[in-house]
Design a protein around this ligand. Structure first.
Ligand code: FE2
Length: 325
């Protein structure tokens, strides 16, 4: 015991702070009191992620090119990822989210797999595409939202006549941070169908969205028009909020700690995020990063899908929301 107390004199008796810092560094210790290029604490929420906008018409043209040039036999998922344009970023769309557009041709199949990330789809143009989720075949029709929570087998196919397109949203960057990633292919390639379902906790059809939005009240604070939240206990890292904004609505500016991606499901309008005006139209995706001032307005009756890490922020007690007037 005495030996333990008496040893490490090079640290205990370091002649000056620089020597102590250098000698501590050799033991894997770094002082909390030195200035750092990336400080540990800062006064308010900060992100390098940028407001960004992807036009569906452009992405759709690129998907058409991809459909001509690569098949689902070579691309397990024929998708184009929306990369946030910050230096050094590879795939993330927002801090915790990755978004992509995906297309499938009539008769094609995208084999079943399962993985740690939670995933969802917003169906932009489809009559006849489907997903098998844990053995249940779900139709994917224009306006549907289909969930494939982490760990659920899921594969896609298309029995219709026209090429189908959808939006994919996942929490991949969060999984990369926390590191529970895995992916595995289904032993049968495409998972066999146990039954066909239309009612499912994994599918929110547009009729339901519109019906529930009709019954919702406008946001009393005026930041949003009518909103509903789809509860998704199977995928607690992703919150789904559906918005309806009447023609001419203009929301009050706000900022919050959640990172969000919005997908336009009806109509058109303008959002301003951190001073950047985003004129959105059907199928477009745009990102509102954490703590950037945002406001949303509609140029015609509009429905927006929003996925965010709000529930995760609330669970972690990191949630903050404030009006900017
Ligand atoms: Fe997947």
């Amino acid at each position: 015991m005495d030996g333990a107390i008496l040893s490490y004199d090079d640290l205990r008796n370091a002649p000056d702070l620089d020597s102590l810092t250098a000698r501590a560094a050799e033991r894997g210790l770094t002082p909390g009191w030195i200035d750092r290029e990336a400080p540990i604490l800062y006064r308010e929420p900060h992100t390098d992620f940028l407001p960004a906008h992807w036009k569906y018409a452009e992405a759709r043209a690129a998907m058409d090119g991809a459909a001509r040039l690569i098949g689902t036999d070579l691309a397990e998922r024929r998708n184009l990822i929306m990369r946030n344009p910050i230096p050094g970023n590879d795939i993330a769309t927002a801090r915790t989210l990755i978004c992509a557009y995906q297309t499938i041709l009539p008769g094609e199949q995208a084999a079943s797999h399962r993985h740690a990330p939670h995933a969802l789809r917003v169906i932009l143009d489809s009559d006849g595409a489907w997903s098998i989720v844990d053995g249940e075949k779900h139709p994917m029709l224009t306006g549907d939202i289909v969930l494939t929570p982490g760990g659920c087998w899921h594969g896609h196919g298309h029995d219709g006549a026209e090429q189908a397109y959808w939006f994919d949203g996942l929490d991949v960057p969060l999984v990369h941070l926390l590191e529970p990633m895995y992916v595995e292919g289904h032993p049968d390639g495409m998972e066999p169908v146990k039954r066909v379902v239309t009612e499912s906790p994994y599918r929110f059809p547009m009729e339901r969205t519109l019906r529930e939005l009709d019954a919702a009240s406008p946001d009393p604070e005026g930041h949003f028009d009518r909103r509903i939240r789809y509860e998704t206990p199977q995928m607690p890292t992703i919150a789904i909020t559906m918005h309806r904004m009447d023609n001419g609505f203009r929301g009050r500016p706000y900022r919050c700690t959640a990172n969000s991606a919005f997908v336009v499901m009806q109509g058109s309008g303008r959002s301003v995020v951190d001073g950047t005006a985003i004129d959105w139209a059907y199928g477009d995706t745009f990102v509102s990063p954490s703590w950037k001032t945002a406001e949303h307005g509609a140029a015609e009756d509009a429905v927006l899908f929003q996925m965010s890490d709000e529930e995760l922020m609330r669970w972690a007690r990191y949630w903050r929301f404030e009006a900017i007037d």
